[in-house]
Design a protein around this ligand. Structure first.
Ligand code: SF4
Ligand code: SF4
Length: 372
């Protein structure tokens, strides 16, 4: 199908514009999610509007199964697949710096595994060159974590990567925020968006659940997302609390299994193992037409990094008293560093952009109710 790209910068955006025009005449799906009510507020769509709608879509698949105009109908309506393509392209479009945009296309399973193992091997090699015994005997040392990588070196490397990740992610989000027309936001808009994000409200297919490989919707994808998301939050809380212990209270790692950082880390690690495994299985079984196949590698790579981070963190807790501490710590640090470095250039940004899209949606609906 050919598209008029004179008013839209890519074929995917032109196709999204065509579909939104069809859907605006039909409106059969308006109760399913936030995309259709947001669409109904407009008669024409800029690229920024379409990127907003694409990031508002949670890819539940309900509108594909409910639609009477899906292929082979001549209208060829596929809202989830088209918005998934626009959404994935929007991550690259807003990335900062612009020279890094091609990374989205290259970010895949091979890069995630290669970077994780490469960093882990570098750390292991670095330790071995300095002290050939340290990698496998570090568990015997009093300060066993820091026998592998001195605390200051760890702070310097991970602090720099974290800072870069924060700056690049912020700049990308700012570009998305400006281009999708979010302004005049009030506190209640953030409250509404936070509530909808925390519940993953629009991943429920209008109440029935997600469509995956057949006509039977289930809520399992939402469960895997929740486990992954809250697992990540708990792991982040564990690391933040450990940093507070170290610098403010001068309580140094390792911490006992019943300490607050350890309990948060164990709970988060379990979520970061079960959730990503469920997401990988759901992705394997999903109808391919519901997603953006050209960005599948980026999505799988991101889930794998989370899985390796969670699994190696849990393994450290269980096997930290054995000679495996060194290799496991190298693997864990490799996964965390890979996560930081790839975060602004991969699937991670979807959570941030979706939240910002929900904020604008809350503003638009508030203004609509107020007759503005
Ligand atoms: S997806 Fe199909 S059924 Fe739903 S609003 Fe669009 S055209 Fe109508
Ligand atoms: S796939 Fe789900 S969230 Fe996306 S537009 Fe369709 S019904 Fe809405």
């Amino acid at each position: 199908m050919s598209h008029d790209t004179t008013t839209h910068s890519t074929p995917a955006l032109a196709e999204a514009n065509r579909l939104m025009t069809v859907c605006n005449s039909c409106r059969y799906c308006e109760g399913l999610c936030a995309v259709f009510p947001a669409m109904e507020l407009k008669r024409s769509f800029t690229d920024g509007d379409l990127n907003h709608l694409a990031n508002l879509c949670h890819n539940c698949g309900a509108c594909y199964h409910d639609c009477q105009f899906t292929p082979p109908h001549e209208y060829a309506v596929n809202v989830p697949g088209t918005l998934a393509q626009v959404r994935a392209e929007s991550y690259a479009q807003y990335a900062w710096p612009s020279a890094a945009r091609p990374l989205f296309a290259r970010h895949g399973t091979a890069l995630a595994i290669g970077l994780t193992l490469g960093t882990a091997l570098f750390i292991a090699g670095f330790v071995t060159v300095g002290d050939p015994r340290a990698l496998l005997t570090a568990h015997l040392e009093e300060t066993r974590f820091y026998a592998l990588m001195p605390h200051n070196a760890m702070v310097a490397v991970f602090g720099a990567a974290f800072l870069w990740m924060i700056i690049a992610t912020f700049m990308g989000a700012l570009a998305f925020w400006r281009d999708t027309g979010a302004s005049g936001i009030e506190r209640m808009d953030h409250t509404q968006a936070t509530h909808d994000t925390a519940r993953l409200r629009y991943l429920d297919g209008g109440g029935m659940g997600c469509f995956n490989d057949d006509d039977q919707p289930t809520d399992q994808r939402r469960l895997w997302h929740h486990l992954t998301f809250y697992g990540f939050i708990l792991c982040f809380a564990a690391t933040s609390l450990a940093t507070f212990y170290h610098y403010i209270l001068s309580w140094h790692a390792p911490y006992s299994w019943y300490s607050a950082p350890a309990l948060l880390g164990i709970a988060g690690g379990i979520g970061l193992v079960i959730g990503p495994i469920g997401l990988l299985r759901a992705k394997r079984d999903r109808m391919p037409e519901l997603g953006a196949q050209s960005f599948r590698g980026m999505e799988v790579g991101f889930i794998l990094i989370l899985l390796v981070t969670g699994a190696s963190g849990l393994a450290l807790r269980i096997l930290g008293e054995t000679a495996l501490l060194g290799p496991l710590l190298a693997l864990h640090l490799g996964a965390v560093l890979t996560f930081f470095l790839t975060m602004p250039y991969g699937k991670f940004v979807h959570g941030l952009y979706r939240y910002l899209a929900l904020v604008r949606y809350a503003r638009d609906m508030r203004r609509h109710r107020q007759g503005k």
